[in-house]
Write a protein that binds this ligand. Sequence first.
Ligand SMILES: *Cc1c(COP(=O)(O)O)cnc(C)c1O
Length: 367
Amino acid sequence: MSVPFIDFRPQYETIKDEISGGLKAVFEKGNFILGQEEKDFEAEFAKYCGANYAVGVNSGTDALYLALASLDVKQGDEVILPAHTFIATALCISYTGATPVFVDIDDAIYNMDPKAVEKAITPKTKVIIPVHIYGQAAPMDEINKIAEEHNITVIEDAAQAHGSSYKGKMIGSLGDIACFSFYPTKSLGAFGDGGIVVTNNEEIYGKLQMLRDYGRQGRYEHKIKGYNSRLDTVQAVILSAKLKYLDQWNEMRAEKGDCYCQLLKDIDGVIPPVTKEERTHVYQTFAIRVKDRNRVCEEMQKNGIGVLIHYPIPIHLQEAYQDLGYKKGDFPVAESVADNVLSLPMFPHITNTQIEEVCGKLKELVK
Ligand SMILES: *Cc1c(COP(=O)(O)O)cnc(C)c1O
């Protein structure tokens, strides 16, 4: 039996009727750009995160870039981020002209290590970007404390953690600004690209609204040199329908995650994901660590099990960032995780039978 890495169809079945009606209304009204449905979704999503404001944009990458731009981050500034994340976390910093400063991660939950953050701070540090990697919160109390002491802004990269919580608070309201992606494979995914920036800061909110819409205030007045980066009304209709099910789908993910963890316990050479106290894990990515990863990955794929690697090369070792002069050995934990990590099939409607199949194959292969 083959098992896909992700299967979108059961989610689509759930929301099909609702989105058909919503999309038809948009098609008939023709309010494709910043239509009422888009504004409604921004309000719903801000509320969901326990924050005051949200601004829909083109993608998660743009959400991060525009968040930095709203703070006037520029050449000569430094922004701290973990070495183990998707490349977009670093790219958005580079777009501003600022320098990405990588730090190592912690060995248990793969999030940025606050002790490493503390050491990386210089007078040039403007922003810290913790990434809630795989769907579990970074150590936000520790990071916020460091940021406060040094008067630094915190931007959550929440692209993998919609609906996850930390000490009873929703992700998206834990720093100064939070950025989400609606890339289709994320736990809240659009039918195309999309992203959103969430904040409690009214001034940043105002700036973001201009930045994503040619820098304008009103129709013809352009206060700043803005961009064209908006969330389509069509995507907002789909996201709004899905948002109603997000908690339910995250609960299903958590149950499936528990099922995996039970079965994986018995396999020598596999380290299942760990959830720290006072956090929820939404398993946007169900990442294990396994011996001899590359062989296991290849064999699993040959056997029809959809596995992927998030991510095989830490960013400081990517060719695109060779100019920064990092080398192998600079971030030993991130490098070791990149060598061993393997993402197993995970989506809300994955069945226990499918999970048993995945774990069975894994057990055969890990010897
Ligand atoms: C997906 C992702 C992004 C980028 O989002 P896009 O919508 O693909 O631009 C940024 N950071 C992290 C951690 C991500 O997983």
